[in-house]
Design a protein around this ligand. Sequence first.
Ligand code: ADP
Ligand code: MG
Length: 292
Amino acid sequence: MAKKLTQIAIYGKGGIGKSTTTSNLTAALSKMGFKVMQFGCDPKSDSTNTLRSGQYIPTVLDTLREKGSVKASDVIFEGFNGIYCVEAGGPQPGVGCAGRGIISSVELFKQQHVFEELDLDYVIYDVLGDVVCGGFATPIREGIAEHVFTVSSSDFMSVYASNNLFKGIKKYSNTGGALLGGVIGNSVTEKYSRDILDDFAERTKTQIMEYVPRSITVTQSELQGKTTIEAAPDSEQASVYRRLAQRIVDHHESSVPSPMEQDELRKWAASWSDQLLELESGVVIGGNRAGI
Ligand code: ADP
Ligand code: MG
């Protein structure tokens, strides 16, 4: 009997740590014995680099432009521990729709029944999250992904991008779109960052999957062109990524989030700003929630 394929999309603001988190997640899943594909959907095309010793791979769009037609096997490359790596790619700078790579790649893989033939357990899409153009919504809109996760720090711009993503998920939820699994906190080291993210998750009716700390082990591993799972499997950071992977394996029910309206989000942020000021000046002890 064919296995059940689970497709997951990971979104978040540019530079927030999506590719780092996704690659460590796929590396951890593959070490648990699952067959995994990492599908980079950022026009930067660097999603899978740390699974392949820092090397870029030819993208689906580049190969299409070059050859006119593409066999799936031309654009699937093997990475760490047998992970299948794909990069959708982007248009030439300044030309065309940046989401084109995702649309073309998903279409191509569907036509060639790639996922069924590879008998995969997980496909993880690493998608840009702050440009909510139609192309980037593909994994959500078409219900390709079953679960969506957002990578976020406690910085306002990052929370803002996550809140926008939640609006997109909500919009497509009545027409068979993907649902939200939760927030993966990244670079969450201080207690106040945890509190801010906890509060955001509570407000928007979702959950935190894991708090990933900022860590020099990640930097070191990246400089070697590797994930932390590969370069430092015995580190504390690697066990955080393994815990995240286990939580994702155990996750089955996603839901429709309750994004904040623009005004509400502004007020929410301002209340946290007041609270942090009080914390800094020592007026209150940490851990209080913004009381609005
Ligand atoms: P994105 O894919 O969201 O654009 P990346 O995964 O490429 O972001 O991460 C951007 C930079 O931040 C990279 O240099 C990466 O090594 C670093 N980074 C991400 N997460 C962490 C972390 N938890 N600790 C230390 N550095 C991190
Ligand atoms: Mg990236």
